[in-house]
Design a protein around this ligand. Structure first.
Ligand SMILES: NC(=O)c1ccc[n+]([C@@H]2O[C@H](COP(=O)([O-])OP(=O)(O)OC[C@H]3O[C@@H](n4cnc5c(N)ncnc54)[C@H](O)[C@@H]3O)[C@@H](O)[C@H]2O)c1
Length: 326
């Protein structure tokens, strides 16, 4: 049986990835913080199906414990490293804590992989690692020009991870995913969960921008599939030491997303509410327009996004509605 270790498996994307790994028959170990806020394993009803190791990914002792649990002396077959401090605001307030989790956490995982010998390590970078750019869509050959702490933490983790293939022969693939959304995101401050929950409660969604920022919205099921595709490529010997974009290639404004959500919520019979746009332009420290070219990933693995934005928003609204605690 294939053994996989997922760091950050209590988080939004991690929870969906764990489910996909269990569905394909893997034995799954999760490393995440004690009291992790997302509790994705509980939310998805998977707590009994995985081994859970509680600890900090930047703590070598916790990582060694997780690696041992996952695969005895030889380590797991695959490691998916998603654990990170993922919120842009807290990263700007406390960059050092974010660098510790996101950068030190990454080299701690890579060192464990180097010592034990693992079939594939897939590391979560982000399209945020590119930083603000006039030249869009982002391509993997573009320079990484982070301009804020979260972006810098992802860029640093990305660069360090890729170096472990030529330097030490650790088979690493790096993911640069676009904005991921869908049911099961317990980070209440993110656009989609915050807007859906506000609409369900009859509150006006408070939007920090004027609605103009544009993002490439990737449904979480397509995100989990991208992780598996990159793992497959790395196991087969391609994509090692590379970073690969995953997204739809289509930018959508915040306003478009809000309008889709409010229309979808209204269809469920809930009294419609109007969003309030509080900002002018883009909130400080955020990028105004982002979308990615994922053609390299498609060429290498055949991966393509399957869920369009309208269907994805409809899935997300259905999910938050059925899990809403009021
Ligand atoms: N959500 C997105 O739109 C998006 C887009 C591109 C890339 N990513 C990346 O994908 C990964 C997963 O993102 P997500 O949206 O699921 O985030 P999330 O915040 O929902 O999950 C992150 C998980 O990491 C855990 N974690 C944080 N610090 C840790 C530490 N020091 N030790 C152990 N665990 C720790 C958290 O408890 C949480 O369960 C992250 O690396 C993120 O940067 C996310």
């Amino acid at each position: 049986m294939t053994s996989s270790l997922v760091t950050g498996g209590q988080g939004f994307i991690g929870g969906h990835l764990v489910r996909a790994l269990l569905e394909r028959g893997d034995e799954v170990t999760v490393l995440d913080l004690r009291g992790a806020p997302g509790r994705a394993l509980d939310v998805h009803g998977l707590t009994e199906e995985v081994r859970l190791v509680e600890g900090d990914v930047a703590d070598p002792a916790a990582v060694h414990r997780a690696v041992r649990e996952a695969g005895s002396s030889s380590g797991p077959d695959s490691i998916f490293h998603l654990a990170a401090q993922t919120l842009v605001g807290p990263a700007a307030e406390d960059p050092v804590a974010t660098f510790r989790a996101n950068v030190e956490g990454t080299w701690t995982i890579l060192e464990a992989a180097r010592e034990t010998g693992v079939g594939a390590v897939v590391v979560a970078s982000s399209d945020k690692a590119y930083g603000p750019s006039e030249s869009l869509p982002y391509r993997e050959s573009d320079e990484l020009r982070p301009a804020a702490p979260y972006e810098a933490s992802k860029a640093a983790a990305d660069v360090i991870s890729r170096s472990y293939w030529p330097a030490f022969g650790v088979p690493v693939g790096v993911t640069r995913l676009a904005n991921v959304y869908g049911g099961g995101d317990m980070n209440g401050s993110r656009l989609v969960p915050e807007t859906v929950n506000a609409c369900l409660e009859g509150r006006s969604p408070q939007i920090r921008s004027d609605g103009s920022p544009q993002r490439d919205y990737l449904h979480v099921s397509d995100a989990a599939a991208a992780y598996l595709a990159i793992e497959g490529a790395v196991l087969e010997g391609s994509g090692r030491g590379e970073a690969l974009n995953a997204g739809t290639g289509e930018p959508h404004s915040v306003r478009e997303v809000i309008e889709l959500i409010t229309a979808e919520v209204a269809r469920t019979g809930v009294e419609p509410v109007e969003a309030e746009y509080l900002g002018e332009g883009v909130p400080e420290g955020e990028i105004d327009r982002q979308f990615v070219d994922a053609s390299r990933l498609t060429e290498l693995t055949g991966w393509r996004p399957r869920v369009d934005l309208a269907d994805g928003i409809s899935e997300a609204v259905g999910w938050y509605r059925s899990h809403h605690r009021g």
